[in-house]
Design a protein around this ligand. Sequence first.
Ligand SMILES: Cc1ncc(COP(=O)(O)O)c(C=O)c1O
Length: 405
Amino acid sequence: MLIPFNKPYLPLSSIRYMIQAALSGTIAGDGKYTALCHRFFEEQFGFRKVLLTTSCTDALEMAAILTDIRPGDEVILPSFTFMSTANAFLLRGARLVFCDTLADVPNIDPDGIEALITPRTRVLVVVHYSGLACEMDRIMAIASKHNLLVVEDAAHAMEAYYKDEPLGSIGHLGAFSFHETKNIIAGEGGMLAINHEPFLERAEIIWEKGTDRAAFHRGEVEAYTWLDIGSSFLPSDGMAAFLYAQIKRFRKIQRQRKWIWWEYHERLAFLEEQGCLCRPVIPRDATVNGNMFYITLSDRLQRDTLLDHLNLNGIQAVFHYFPLHASPYFKEKHDGRELPNTRRFSDTLLRLPFYYSMGKREIAYIVEKIREFFTSTPAASPVEPEPPAFRPRFPEPVAQPRRSL
Ligand SMILES: Cc1ncc(COP(=O)(O)O)c(C=O)c1O
């Protein structure tokens, strides 16, 4: 059986809506489908205002402009994240200060944040890894005490909650992704939720190349003009039409993705009980949104060997993230602090295939291959006299590059 890591869910209506958008005569941005998507997210989750973007990367770059980050300002963020979280602020000249994650959840450790705050700290960026909520009460309290702005990188966190509050709506700004591996997709795509009143008007201007073209479209001004910095952050209405097809099936997609998550969780319980692996820890006050499923292993060797074993059996499992503070680009700029939990998650985390059309058969096969790995290792065998603590019996993988996402 061949099980890809991801298979985009493509309802036929995507094509219908995209053709309709093309034939409407306004395939550029801020058209009918963009408005429909905006209305859905605002009504469904109570976001004050949202703007579709061409990616979460763009939404984060808008957030960095809105927070008015200037060269030398400090931004605290996790090292265990995608580079877009960091790039957005670096592009504005920020000094990045990386914080470690919690020991049991790959989310920023609120206990670590306060020690990193200096008079130059302006923004705190949090990432709700795999849609599991960061400790937002504590984070917002720290931000309010030190007068910081909070940006939620909610790339993974569509329809995820913290104490009944949708993620992305708690900080001053929330950035979402509709990349093809996310819950609902537009190929590439994203969205910025603007929760802070003073940002509302400026956000729309930055979104439209620094102009009031959105107000012009609504008939509020006679002509549009250049008012601020900005970029072309808005997607074409064709992309919004594609996303709209997903939105129309939102409940169905979410029901299926949450089912997959809990099916993995349940079927892997016995391996956790046997001490072979750890399933995700669901933080108190967080919910499961069916974004991805990951397991953690005891060390990097074990993770990589299991990855090879799964790949050799046709299962496209992957790993991520390389810690940003130790990346080739940043390691010389980092202040030298060890971030041990980040390192451990980076070394031991493994993501299992996760897509809408997965069924019991695929999940059962994946779990069986993981079980097989643990039952056939020399370390688990009574005839193996000596450690190493873990030495798998599988053949060396044949030219199968490990995939990181
Ligand atoms: C935590 C996080 N932030 C931001 C991004 C960037 O999202 P996009 O690909 O939509 O730009 C990703 C990508 O997966 C991510 O994992």
